[in-house]
Design a protein around this ligand. Structure first.
Ligand code: GUN
Length: 288
């Protein structure tokens, strides 16, 4: 069964839009999300444009702050401090990756945790780890929303996550480990130093592929009946497309899909759910 992230994301955005309509009808301003984009990375440009389109769908105001590739660390930090104190900005994100001369960690730590709708600030990461209310990173939040809406109970399941990044693998592991629903999983996180990734993966009731290596999860790595979540979005050359590329997931979809109980497609799975989760966080930022 295909987990239709595009459809479920659309349902979530429709729910948010209805709430925003009521807010605006009551005489209040709509929520406002700002996306900071430094330079011209192709992937980042298209992510930011999708986020802006989702804001429009939800009735939010959105602003894309485009900054020159050559901006200094000091000038970028000043922009962030200004967004922190702007009363008409509820939440903002700094699209990653940043150009190499900028210090990403210092930039993320400058964001006011109350406006950190990406959930990347150490205060939000710490609160997530402790199970306290916080902004949860959009990709793991989108994945748990997808599981929930698809009626997939996580309690007691063995979840194996391939990839330990700060924006997907690590926070998802924490969320699925947490007491409650979604949560109550036994979690294994695999990474580049894991001796036998295939053997670990085969034990998964829920397998999450987030390494960024296209097609690398093959049928022999999947237990029959498993739920497979594909976070990969690598651009691979495709001469049949006008733009010359297509998105490819980390899972060898054609051979893995017949084995699974549920699987997410790429595109149309986790990607749209990530954006819906960011919209959810932005409405939260507005409400508190
Ligand atoms: N780059 C890749 N994913 C993300 C994300 O979720 N947020 C931001 N800000 N940058 C990203």
């Amino acid at each position: 069964m295909i987990l239709d992230g595009k459809k479920i994301a659309e349902e979530i955005k429709a729910d948010i839009a209805a709430r925003v309509d009521a807010i605006v009808a009551a005489g209040h301003r709509p929520p406002h999300l700002v996306a900071v984009l430094v330079g011209h990375d192709g992937g980042s440009e298209s992510y930011v444009m999708s986020k802006a389109a989702a804001c429009e769908r939800c009735g939010f105001r959105s602003t894309v702050m485009r900054l020159d590739e050559s901006i200094t660390q000091r000038d970028l930090l000043d922009k962030i401090l200004a967004l922190n104190s702007a009363d008409d900005v509820d939440g903002f994100i700094v699209q990653l990756p940043l150009p190499a001369h900028l210090n990403e960690r210092e930039v993320l730590e400058a964001i006011d945790p109350r406006k950190d709708v990406d959930g990347f600030h150490p205060v939000n990461v710490g609160r997530l780890t402790l199970g306290l209310p916080c902004f949860k990173p959009a990709t793991p939040l989108g994945i748990t929303m997808l599981l929930e809406r698809a009626g997939i109970d996580t309690r007691g399941k063995h979840c194996v996550i391939l990839g330990r990044s700060n924006i997907v693998g690590k926070p998802l592991a924490i969320m699925l480990l947490q007491k409650g629903r979604p949560g109550d999983c036994t979690v294994t996180v695999c990474h580049s130093a894991t001796p036998d990734v295939a053997a670990e993966a085969r034990r998964a009731d829920i397998l999450v592929a987030a390494m960024g290596r296209p097609g690398s999860v093959t049928a022999d790595m999947v237990k029959p009946g498993a739920v497979v979540i594909d976070v990969g979005t690598t651009r691979v050359p495709d001469a049949t497309r006008e733009r010359g590329w297509r998105l490819r997931g980390d899972v060898d979809f054609d051979n893995v899909a017949p084995l699974c109980s549920h699987i997410t497609p790429v595109p149309g799975g986790v990607g749209p759910m990530t954006i819906a989760a960011l919209m959810y966080n932005t409405l939260q930022a507005y409400s508190v």
